[in-house]
Design a protein around this ligand. Structure first.
Ligand SMILES: [Zn+2]
Length: 209
């Protein structure tokens, strides 16, 4: 069985700030390690990465195994958050796609009634998954590749913002300031408050430029 993990409160909070996605949605995400149960193939060119999909009323990201290793990458807060800040951006794409899927679910219910049950509507969760995957594949094909897809470029904005924020913290508070904060003994609440104050400075600094 794949392990189900979730983001810690400070991580979800930070990811929400950099991506503009609701913290609650990020907190409710399912985080999986890619294994036999979830063999989605199309990140195989990268050494590590993830894919985000609808999961009923919430979302799931399947990350490559090496992000869970006990060696450096598995413990590397920067790598985790850099990838996750991209992946959570797809939550907004999934919300849009779910609307389309739910409309066609309603149509299937109507049609099923008209046909006196000669066919049954597909399960809603399956329809959502299917709709999202076809939207995605369509977007890749149209743009000739994963990285050029407009959906990917949108999601990548979160990763770019994360990078800038991370660099800002390093310059202002010393090298590995973020790692030190996450690894510190402070409570989640204290960590969140610290992140908020760093973020406020980051935004003010950007405005003054
Ligand atoms: Zn992506």
């Amino acid at each position: 069985m794949a392990r189900r993990l979730t983001f810690t409160k400070p991580a979800a909070h930070l990811l929400s700030l950099v991506s503009g996605v609701k913290e609650e949605s990020i907190q409710n995400m399912y985080v999986y390690e890619r294994g036999m149960l979830h063999p989605y193939p199309w990140y195989s060119n990268d050494s590590y990465g993830g894919i985000t999909l609808p999961h009923g009323n919430t979302y799931e990201t399947i990350y490559t195994n090496n992000l869970f290793d006990d060696d450096d990458l598995g413990k590397n807060i920067y790598d985790w958050l850099a990838i996750a800040s991209h992946e959570v951006g797809h939550i907004n794409h999934i919300n849009a796609s779910n609307k389309t899927a739910d409309a066609s679910y309603q149509n299937q219910i109507k049609a099923s009634k008209l046909a006196h049950g000669r066919f049954s509507p597909q399960p809603k969760a399956q329809l959502r998954l299917q709709t999202y995957i076809s939207t995605f594949i369509g977007s890749y094909i149209k743009s000739g590749g994963h990285d050029d897809s407009p959906l990917e470029r949108q999601a990548e904005q979160g990763a770019v913002t994360f990078d800038n924020f991370y660099e800002f913290m390093n310059l202002k508070y010393g090298k590995n300031a973020l790692e030190k904060l996450f690894n510190s003994k402070a409570t989640d609440k204290e960590k969140v408050a610290k992140i908020d104050s760093y973020w406020k400075e980051y935004i003010n600094n950007k405005k003054s430029k």
